[in-house]
Write a protein that binds this ligand. Structure first.
Ligand code: G3H
Ligand code: 13P
Ligand code: ZN
Length: 335
């Protein structure tokens, strides 16, 4: 097993009725930690990079670190995915780096801030499908904008996914996966009070488009023990709150096949590094704080893999290349 198209993992998850975590990465330690968790739990895995992550790593470094993860873990099916691509050009760039999957986030304009119209979203998503599908590359799109269900963070405009629009969007684009907006947001401050999510909306969308993998962004749970640890060791994250894992688990039987997690990993790393700095200020070898950070992230991700039901499924997958996917799309009349 090695690098696979993300669609292959999503179809396996649908068959097994579980979700695959998509973990954001920026550097070597994060990639190593996620792969160690995948190995320990025998899970398929999606490693994803945002535009910011690719820029931070000068593109080539992250590409080669991801490929190293694949080479080091021949038994683990891995998809390399672009998170929140903002244009056809960005998606093309990721594909040229060897990513097997791209997200075109047409819910927002190229500035990644301003919400688009349905038609604008359709147009940019179709342009990516036209480019990526003949290459066998998986495409994820987004309909609706993330943000708190109460007061709107993220794009600033909360726009829950409309099920009628989801049906039309999927019929017209034939995307592999659709990210839905149900009241989650990115980051560590998702709710002012109790978590409030439109979980029934997932069920309705899944009822209407049962063959499309649904994606939940903003799915970090912001574990309170991590918040406490960050704050104990000199951090300042008051009132940080996330999506309870039980809420995510409740929609996995309703078509959620990809669950995006970044913030929790950042917090696990930060808490571990803060602890070393605070308790042993004499240390200055990066390995002495990046090592514990890597271990903390491995533990966090391994727990997620078990909670999402991904654990134990690594061996279910045959090797599939992008060329195999081209055949698959042809057979399904999607190309
Ligand atoms: O979608 C947001 C992810 O957490 C990536 O964040 O753009 O800061 O890398 P980033
Ligand atoms: P979190 O900020 O909740 O981890 O969400 C990450 C995400 O959706 C990346 O696309
Ligand atoms: Zn996201």
């Amino acid at each position: 097993m090695a690098l696979v198209p993300m669609r292959h993992l999503l179809d396996g998850a649908a068959e097994g009725e579980y979700a695959v975590g998509a973990y954001n990465v920026n550097n070597m330690e994060q990639i190593q930690a996620i792969m160690a968790a995948a190995k320990e739990t025998q899970s398929p895995v999606i490693i994803q990079a945002s535009r910011g992550a690719l820029k931070y790593s000068n593109f080539t470094y992250l590409k080669h670190l991801m490929l190293a993860a694949v080479e080091e873990n021949p038994d683990i099916p891995v998809a390399m995915h672009l998170d929140h691509g903002n244009s056809l050009e960005t998606c093309k760039e990721a594909i040229s780096l060897g990513f097997t999957s791209v997200m075109i986030d047409g819910s927002l304009k190229e500035d990644s801030k301003t919400p688009t119209t349905f038609e604008e979203n359709l147009e940019v998503t179709l342009s990516v499908i036209e480019y990526a599908r003949p290459l066998g590359v998986t495409v994820e799109a987004e309909l609706g904008t993330l943000g708190g269900i109460e007061d709107g963070v993220g794009s600033g405009k909360v726009n829950l996914t409309d099920p009628d629009q989801a049906v039309e969007f999927v019929e017209k684009t034939k995307v592999d996966a659709l990210a839905v907006a149900i009241g989650t947001s990115h980051g560590a401050y998702k709710f002012k009070d109790e978590p409030k999510l439109a979980l029934d909306l997932v069920k309705e969308i899944n009822r209407r488009i049962p063959n499309t993998a649904l994606v939940m962004h903003g799915s970090s749970s912001v574990p309170q023990d991590l918040v406490a640890k960050v704050n104990k060791y000199g951090g300042n994250m008051p009132n940080a709150k996330g999506v309870p894992m039980s809420a995510i688990q409740s929609v996995i039987p309703h078509g959620v096949r990809k669950v995006n997690i970044d913030t929790d990993g950042r917090m696990a790393i930060t808490a571990a590094i803060r602890k070393v700095f605070m308790e042993t200020p004499e240390k200055f070898d990066p390995r002495e704080y990046l090592g514990p950070a890597r271990t903390a992230l491995t533990e966090l991700v391994a727990r997620k893999m078990r909670d999402l039901g991904t654990a134990g499924h690594a061996g279910d997958f045959e090797q599939k290349s992008l060329a195999d996917m081209i055949e698959f799309y042809r057979e399904k009349g999607l190309l």
